[in-house]
Design a protein around this ligand. Sequence first.
Ligand code: HEC
Ligand code: HEC
Ligand code: HEC
Ligand code: HEC
Ligand code: HEC
Length: 255
Amino acid sequence: MMNSTQPRRKRGLVYLLAGCFALLALGSLSFAVATALEEHDPFCISCHTAPEITYYNRAYYALDHPDEPIPDLSTLHYRAAQAADSAPFKCIDCHRGDGSLPHRLTTVALGAYDALIYLLGQDDPTIEKQGTKTGWLANASCATCHAETLLRLDGINNHFHTYLPQAKEAFSRSGALTIGAGLQQALSESGDPPPADLESIAVQLLCSDCHQAHKAQPLAADLFFMDSALRNTACVACHMVAKAGPQDVRELSGQ
Ligand code: HEC
Ligand code: HEC
Ligand code: HEC
Ligand code: HEC
Ligand code: HEC
């Protein structure tokens, strides 16, 4: 004999499954929509009006005025892409992290959280914020594009990059160390073999602790957009962990 509650339960299960699929489809649809939208700079500034629209304005002004000085590191990237005739640079190129699934999910979740803050009108009006809570995400982007810089051994000339844990990570991804001119010369004089591995110091430094992404410092363009006080603090932070090298910013001032 058939139990009369069985078809009802079955139907319930079908509705439940259908509901789950609908939610899943909706979820991946909004994921896909968010992913497509964030590829466009005007989308970012549809919310990031004052003050961060400044970042957008600087970038697009610089593209239209190639002879004027570059105000910040973010804008330098837009100019570099233009000069190289490659695909136009976009905000998301620096803000997506390393492109891995966890970073992708973080980016979309952050977007959803930000949309909520936006709707509640709780956004922070300061410009050129530093040390933001999600700064690590943008910093993961730097290391994916600039592995070459991180993996160029050149003694003291590039030790501030090669000792970073990010360099070790880049090394484990590609394993491609190169030797800079200074070290090349030293090695040929000493006859020592080139190093085959990378030594790293366990210090938590972000690229943006030295290279500020959005801080206007046109006079620092030749210094790769580093504020010398912030940079020296970062240098010393590593020396203190390493227990080697200058231990006080006063020993570095004037550099
Ligand atoms: C739906 C509106 C909206 C859109 C679209 C949007 N944002 Fe945001 N975003 C916000 C709000 C609101 C905050 C929180 C700001 C605050 O706390 O002051 C935020 C914060 C941020 C932060 C800082 C997070 C932190 O750690 O403090 C970054 C970086 C950011 N957005 C980048 C972007 C980029 C890049 C785009 C385009 C790909 C974008 N946003 C598109 C609304 C938006
Ligand atoms: C060169 C890479 C780079 C580019 C290009 C870039 N950003 Fe950023 N951005 C960063 C980094 C790194 C931080 C984190 C700074 C920190 O936390 O110290 C950041 C922080 C931010 C923040 C949060 C802090 C603040 O100042 O409000 C916003 C908003 C933001 N970016 C928006 C944008 C927008 C809009 C664009 C495109 C016009 C853009 N970014 C292009 C690297 C970049
Ligand atoms: C999508 C790839 C990409 C990302 C992400 C990226 N960069 Fe770049 N960056 C470039 C390219 C391309 C150039 C111009 C060519 C060059 O000099 O290497 C450049 C130039 C630079 C320069 C100037 C180099 C010079 O010789 O003048 C600095 C400094 C720099 N980037 C730092 C950063 C930092 C810090 C971040 C993260 C906040 C970052 N970049 C994120 C691709 C990227
Ligand atoms: C402790 C400070 C410090 C940190 C942290 C740092 N840099 Fe640098 N960076 C420098 C200095 C100093 C120079 C200038 C080197 C020179 O004068 O040749 C530089 C130059 C550069 C350049 C341009 C010249 C070159 O060697 O290619 C790039 C690109 C760059 N850094 C990327 C990065 C990235 C990506 C990160 C994060 C993984 C990072 N930097 C972290 C100090 C730092
Ligand atoms: C990620 C770690 C790290 C960072 C960042 C770093 N250093 Fe160093 N530094 C070291 C270590 C380790 C030594 C000890 C010498 C060695 O082993 O190469 C050192 C040594 C030095 C020395 C002494 C060199 C000698 O021959 O005795 C100077 C000068 C120096 N660093 C300058 C700087 C400056 C300037 C910066 C910032 C732009 C910086 N360092 C950033 C790790 C770092």
